[in-house]
Ligand binder design. Structure first.
Ligand SMILES: Cc1cc2nc3c(=O)[nH]c(=O)nc-3n(C[C@H](O)[C@H](O)[C@H](O)COP(=O)(O)OP(=O)(O)OC[C@H]3O[C@@H](n4cnc5c(N)ncnc54)[C@H](O)[C@@H]3O)c2cc1C
Length: 460
């Protein structure tokens, strides 16, 4: 290892190789444990990433890609290994204003991508709470979802092409800018959502959308779960394809983010079991706002919702979104376990009731918070039971995951598998699917040096 670090320092410069206290400091502050890597390598471009991998491959050295370290499933855990940070690949290479595409390096934070798109008169719709730190490379590696999947799809739907470095240092440049390109296998899919286990994404071509000319946001109180999907269909039908977010917060989560010590306050007067944040993005503010108001008014008259507040300014809209995004409040109930599950909307009420009953039976003082992208069938479940010992974690995971298999749910809707969920992969994927995943891993990374032990474990 020391030889390898010396060679890397010689070839890439001291700025590219952090060790000791520097490496330890850079490993802090992540949302999930990253371990302490022996060194953090910070290449400046694709060629340098390729060289790092070539040398690591020859030495049989394991390498873990790091973006913004906001991943929530220990996918970047790199204890005692080499972490390869993409932070210096931080440029937006070009924007094609005619084709509506952006060529961007992997280490650019998502927020910068969105701002650059906006400056060019476009819209990059990927949006999530970690937007300031999460990188576009990390978003691609985890196939991130977020708040606008209901309208624009997951990251996969926004990537036209990419460049990746394989385990042996080979650069596969698949920087396609075309919307239609069926010339052979769609190789970018090998690297989207595979959490750095098949290659390191160094650049990407992302698809930009036209900037919406109108935005309408409302927060509503809902009395019963059955009215949540009714409201979703009601709004979809009346908004003519402009519905761009449908986020739901259970009352426990809502109370957490609207009361001290949280900064947010509820814009609704009453208290309800459920709250939905509904947003539409369209092309004509003058026409769209009355349509949005009319749709919500209809829902009120039909008894689907109990109350509604519509944002009258950007700051009111931001305040509504800040409630939904203020997930950090759960840290007051640390230690916590966080989950990101998918399941049919029709099964959600029973599923959450089952969780409440099971947690109350075992840990009467538990704190359960549920919220999520209900329109996508995706719930975030956060539970604090007082301790986070491995045995408690296992017991909590059993309660959350066991019911999913029966109802065709998924143990990971959008955060990925990483290290944290790999023991549960077989609940959501069949043996043939897992065997094919292993075949791909073996073919692309025969020495098993790229993010080893993540997603697939020897036991799966
Ligand atoms: C407050 C908060 C809110 C979030 N909200 C959402 C949400 O709404 N939807 C959602 O989907 N996710 C959400 N996430 C988690 C989400 O996975 C990450 O925020 C983001 O997509 C990861 O980007 P990153 O750059 O931080 O990646 P990292 O955390 O650095 O890495 C994540 C994984 O990708 C790999 N990786 C990173 N960069 C590369 C690369 N260039 N090439 C290959 N592999 C790479 C890593 O090895 C690791 O396995 C949230 C996280 C936080 C903290």
């Amino acid at each position: 290892m020391m030889d390898l670090l010396e060679t890397l320092t010689d070839e890439l410069g001291a700025v590219a190789v952090l060790t000791g206290a520097d490496a330890e400091e850079k490993s802090q502050g992540a949302w999930a444990p990253m371990g302490t890597p022996l060194a953090i390598i910070r290449p400046a471009n694709t060629q340098e990433v390729s060289r790092v991998m070539e040398l690591a491959h020859a030495a049989g050295q394991q390498v873990i890609a790091w973006g913004g370290k906001t991943g929530l499933v220990e996918g970047g855990h790199a204890d005692g290994e080499l972490a390869l940070s993409l932070e210096r690949l931080n440029a937006i290479d070009s924007i094609d204003p005619i084709g509506g595409t952006m060529s961007v390096q992997a280490g650019v934070p998502l927020q910068k991508v969105c701002e650059a798109a906006e400056e060019a008169g476009f819209f990059f719709p990927l949006d999530l709470g970690a937007r300031g730190s999460a990188t576009i490379g990390g978003n691609i590696a985890t196939n991130a979802g977020g708040n606008r999947v209901i309208r624009y799809g997951m990251t996969r739907a926004l990537v036209l092409g990419l460049e990746a470095v394989l385990a042996d240092g080979t650069i596969v440049s698949s920087m396609n800018r075309l919307i239609k390109n069926n010339a052979g296998y769609d190789l970018k899919q090998l690297f989207i959502g595979t959490e750095g286990t098949l290659g390191i994404v160094t650049r990407a071509v992302v698809r930009l959308h036209s900037k919406p000319l109108s935005q309408d946001t409302g927060l509503v109180g809902v009395e019963s779960f059955e009215n949540l999907p009714k409201l979703l269909r009601h709004m979809e039908a009346r908004l003519g394809g402009t519905l761009s977010a449908y986020e739901v917060m259970w009352d426990g989560f809502y109370q957490l983010v609207t009361n001290e010590p949280a900064a947010g306050r509820s814009p609704l007067e009453g208290r309800y079991p459920y709250y939905a944040l509904v947003e539409a993005m369209g092309g004509d503010q003058e026409a769209d706002t009355p349509r949005f108001e009319h749709a919500l008014m209809g829902a009120l008259e039909d008894g689907i919702i109990c109350d509604a507040v519509i944002a009258k300014s950007d700051s009111e809209r931001e305040a509504m979104w800040a409630l939904r995004d203020d997930v950090g409040q759960v840290l007051h109930h640390y230690p916590i376990f966080t989950f990101d599950v998918s399941l049919p909307i029709a099964d959600m009420e029973m599923y959450v009731a089952g969780l409440e009953a099971s947690f109350d039976a075992t840990w009467p003082d538990n704190k359960l918070f549920v919220f999520g992208h209900l329109g996508d069938g995706n719930l975030h479940v956060i539970i604090g039971v007082g301790d986070d010992s491995p045995a408690t974690r296992k017991a909590v995971e059993q309660i959350v995951y066991a019911p999913l298999q029966k109802i065709g749910g998924s143990v990971s809707a959008e955060h990925g598998i990483g290290l944290e969920k790999r023991d549960y992969l077989a609940l959501s994927r069949g043996p043939e699917e897992i065997a094919l995943m292993r075949l791909l891993k073996k073919s692309l990374d025969p020495k098993g040096i790229l993010n080893p032990g993540k997603v697939l474990s020897p036991e799966n």
